[in-house]
Design a protein around this ligand. Structure first.
Ligand SMILES: Nc1nc2c(ncn2[C@@H]2O[C@H](COP(=O)(O)OP(=O)(O)OP(=O)(O)O)[C@@H](O)[C@H]2O)c(=O)[nH]1
Ligand SMILES: [Mg+2]
Length: 316
C-alpha cells in the first residue's frame, strides 16, 4: 500500500501485531478501487467483488489486514456481519454521485454500525471527481453523524476520489493512526531523502537528493525510478487540477501532489507516515505559489530546511 503502501505490502515477518479493517459500502461505491489505490498506488480497473478481497499492509511495527467486502445485496446479507463484528477499524464507502441509492446506503451504514460498537469509522464519500457528486451538505442530510457523536464514536468523514487520489491517503492515514494510538511508535516525523519539482506540463524545475555523498550515491538509482514515476503521474493526471499519489519505489515511498501548475514529489522512508509527507508537500506547494506571487526567489531545498528541519536527511 502506500502510505499505507508505505504501507507496503507486509512482509511475512514474525510477530507483528495485527489489526483488521473491514471496508464496506454498496456495490460499485469504489471500495476495491480505493484499496488498490492505497495499497498498489495506482488507479486500477476493478471488477465487482463476489466475496471478499484480502490485502495486507504494514505500518511501523503493525500489520494491517484489509477485508474488502463485496457490496451486492446477497453479500451484504451473508458476509458483512461476520467481518464487521471482528474488525478493529471500519471503512464505509459511498458513491457520492449515486444519489438514487443514498437512502439505501444510509440504511446499510446504520446496519454496519450495529455490528460493531467500538471500531473507529472512516466514512469516505468517493468519486468527488464526478460533476454530479453530492456536496458535503447533501451527504450530511442523509447520513446522521450526530448519532456517532452522541455515542462518542471515533469517526472521520472525507470526500475523496480514488481516481485522482485526492484526500484519500490522508483519510486512510487517520484510520491507521487511530488504530496505532495506544502503540508506542513515532508518528509525526518523516525522513525526506530527496524531492522533485516539476511544472505540470512536464518541465523539470528542480530536483535534489539530501544526505551525505555516500547516502546520495546509494539513492541515485531509486531517484531515477522516481523521476520516471513522476513523469508518468504528470501524464496520467493531465486532465485534473489537483491529484495525489503515493507510490512504493523499492524501499522508499514517493508522495506526489499536483496543484494546478506545479507538481512536487518527495521521497520518504518506507514506514514513514504518509499523512505527514502529504502535509509537507502541500505546504511546499502553497509556499512556492506565494513566493512566485511575491516575486521572491525561493527553492524547495531552502523551504524544507527552514520549515521542516527535523524531517530531512542531513549532510552531517
Ligand atoms: N470517476 C470515478 N470512478 C471511480 C472512483 N472510484 C471507483 N470508480 C469506478 O467505480 C466502479 C466500481 O468500483 P469498484 O471499486 O469495483 O467498486 P466496489 O465498491 O468494490 O464494488 P463491489 O465490489 O461490487 O462491492 C469502477 O468502474 C471504478 O473504476 C472514483 O473516485 N471516481
Ligand atoms: Mg469490490
Amino acid at each position: 500500500m502506500s502510505l499505507f503502501r508505505r504501507l507496503t505490502k507486509a512482509k511475512e515477518e514474525g510477530n507483528a501485531e495485527k489489526k483488521s479493517v473491514a471496508i464496506v459500502g454498496l456495490d460499485g461505491a469504489g471500495k476495491t478501487t480505493i484499496v488498490k489505490r492505497i495499497l498498489r498506488s495506482e488507479f486500477t480497473l476493478t471488477r465487482p467483488t463476489f466475496g471478499v478481497n484480502i490485502e495486507v499492509y504494514k505500518y511501523r511495527s503493525l500489520e494491517f489486514i484489509v477485508y474488502d467486502l463485496g457490496g451486492q445485496t446477497p453479500l451484504r446479507e451473508s458476509l458483512w456481519e461476520k467481518f464487521i463484528t471482528s474488525a478493529d477499524g471500519l471503512v464505509f464507502v459511498l458513491d457520492s454521485a449515486d444519489k438514487g441509492r443514498f437512502e439505501l446506503a444510509s440504511e446499510e451504514f446504520n446496519r454496519a454500525l450495529s455490528f460493531n460498537k467500538t471500531a473507529p469509522i472512516l466514512f469516505i464519500s468517493n468519486k468527488i471527481d464526478l460533476e454530479d457528486a453530492a456536496s458535503t451538505d447533501e451527504i450530511l442530510n442523509i447520513i446522521d453523524f450526530g448519532e456517532l457523536v452522541r455515542l462518542q464514536r471515533k469517526y472521520n468523514f472525507t470526500r475523496c476520489s480514488a481516481l485522482t487520489g485526492a484526500m484519500l491517503f490522508e483519510s486512510w492515514d487517520w484510520l491507521t493512526l487511530e488504530l496505532c494510538k495506544d502503540e508506542d511508535i513515532p508518528k509525526n516525523i518523516v525522513k525526506i531523502h530527496g524531492y522533485y519539482f516539476f511544472k505540470s506540463e512536464g518541465m523539470e524545475v528542480e530536483t535534489t537528493l539530501f544526505g551525505k555523498p555516500k547516502t546520495q550515491a546509494k539513492n541515485v538509482p531509486l531517484f531515477k525510478k522516481g523521476r520516471y514515476e513522476i513523469i508518468k503521474f504528470i501524464k496520467q493526471m493531465a486532465g485534473f487540477e489537483t491529484a495525489e499519489s503515493l507510490l512504493q519505489v523499492d524501499n522508499k515511498q514517493l508522495v506526489l501532489i499536483k496543484e494546478k501548475k506545479n507538481v512536487i514529489g518527495i521521497f520518504v522512508g518506507e514506514m514513514d507516515p504518509a499523512a505527514r509527507a502529504v502535509q509537507i508537500v502541500k505546504s511546499l506547494l502553497d509556499k512556492m505559489v506565494r513566493s512566485v506571487n511575491n516575486h521572491t526567489e525561493v527553492n524547495i531545498k531552502n523551504l524544507i530546511e527552514k520549515h521542516y528541519p527535523l524531517d530531512y536527511i542531513k549532510d552531517k
